[in-house]
Design a binder for this molecule. Structure first.
Ligand SMILES: *Cc1c(COP(=O)(O)O)cnc(C)c1O
Ligand code: SF4
Length: 341
């Protein structure tokens, strides 16, 4: 649904967004997540926009990771030597208000075609160093099953590397778990090796339905890891994250990354100061096992790539920013702003 149902009571700061920005910026929800959001502040913040989004900061960007400059083919991002990301669709089941691809998602671009796919496969075949393909978007699991199946089969049939790893990133088990069906799972498991990367940001997203979907995925033999985005007012405390990561572990999902917010336009109200993120990580380490611990990481602004946010990669600080060294990018320096809490 692309507008808010009448029986959902908006608050003033939310109504202000709909008055000023509806139609210019995408809003999308579904009945399942909206019902959860009505009873959970943490989920509400992730799906209902507020007027805070209308105040972009000067250093925020519509392409915060500079993906554009690393795209040798349309919809394909080749930023790291041995893996590429492929944006299959711009469609999602809900629009997460913190999304860093928020200027791509929901724009009505067509899905990747089989011809596009062949171009990608040719590219991959002529770059044997590529061992892994991230299938992302948007959310690939919102695509029609037959389209998804054709794309996966195409990769398996035409790629010269039969061990090419497919990594499918999706938020479906958290936001629309009813979409996980035996039919969909057999398409995925028949075209492995395939890993699923899910995104849970709060324990309230682990409902009975959602746990059931994770159980089905696990039993179909698809390994899962989780990425969480650190979000102010949603999960920026050790209690919430300890519960989340422990619950994920018991559902058979390994916490992989905890992401510091990207500098996407109009998302400053979600960002947590780095110092606070570090403190939360220190606290988590004494409360949950190593297996339940994700890597705290950031995608450096300006195309610096993902780096683990260990204090050892911090070269120096200025009054307004942290300066990191990106190993991937041959020792170039990248800046991440110091923000107030
Ligand atoms: C995140 C990302 C990857 C995967 O990085 P990992 O550290 O292996 O998870 C690959 N390509 C692009 C463009 C990415 O943004
Ligand atoms: S599902 Fe993923 S791509 Fe879609 S809005 Fe949420 S974070 Fe962005």
């Amino acid at each position: 649904m692309n507008s808010i149902p009448r029986d959902f009571r908006l608050r003033q700061s939310e109504q202000a967004w709909f008055d000023q920005a509806e139609g210019q910026l995408p809003f999308k929800a579904n009945p399942y997540y909206l019902q959860l959001a009505a009873g959970s502040e943490a989920l509400r913040r992730q799906v209902i926009p507020t007027e805070a989004e209308l105040e972009p900061l000067e250093y925020e960007s519509s392409d915060p990771l500079s993906e554009e400059i690393h795209s040798p083919l349309p919809r394909m991002v080749h930023r790291y030597k041995n893996r590429i990301a492929l944006l299959l669709t711009d469609n999602c089941s809900i629009h997460c208000r913190h999304c860093f691809r928020r200027t791509f998602t929901g724009t009505g671009s067509r899905n990747l075609s089989l011809e596009d796919c062949d171009d990608v496969i040719n590219y991959v075949n002529s770059h044997p160093e590529i061992r892994e393909i991230l299938l992302t978007g948007g959310d690939p699991l919102t695509m029609p099953e037959s389209d998804l199946e054709k794309i996966l089969r195409q990769f398996r049939r035409n790629s010269s590397d039969s061990n090419l790893v497919l990594r499918l990133a999706t938020r479906i088990p958290a936001v629309h778990p009813g979409r996980i069906t035996p039919g969909l799972l057999s398409i995925l498991s028949d075209n492995g090796p395939l890993w699923m990367v899910v995104q849970f940001n709060h324990p309230d997203e682990l409902t009975e339905t959602s746990r059931k979907s994770l159980d089905m995925i696990r039993k179909s033999g698809i390994p899962m890891v989780n990425q969480t985005v650190l979000l102010k007012g949603v999960n920026d405390n050790a209690d919430t994250l300890a519960d989340l990561f422990q619950d994920l572990l018991s559902a058979g999902v390994k916490p992989y990354y905890l992401f510091q917010g990207d500098l996407a336009r109009g998302t400053s109200h979600f960002r947590v100061p780095l110092e606070k993120g570090w403190r939360i990580m220190d606290e988590l380490r004494v409360r949950i096992s190593g297996l339940a611990m994700p890597v705290f990481a950031v995608d450096l602004p300006g195309g610096g790539g993902k780096i683990p946010l260990s204090r050892s990669l911090l070269i120096r600080e200025t009054a307004t920013s942290y300066i990191f060294n990106s190993a991937e990018m041959e020792g170039r320096e990248y800046e991440y702003p110091k923000e107030k809490g």
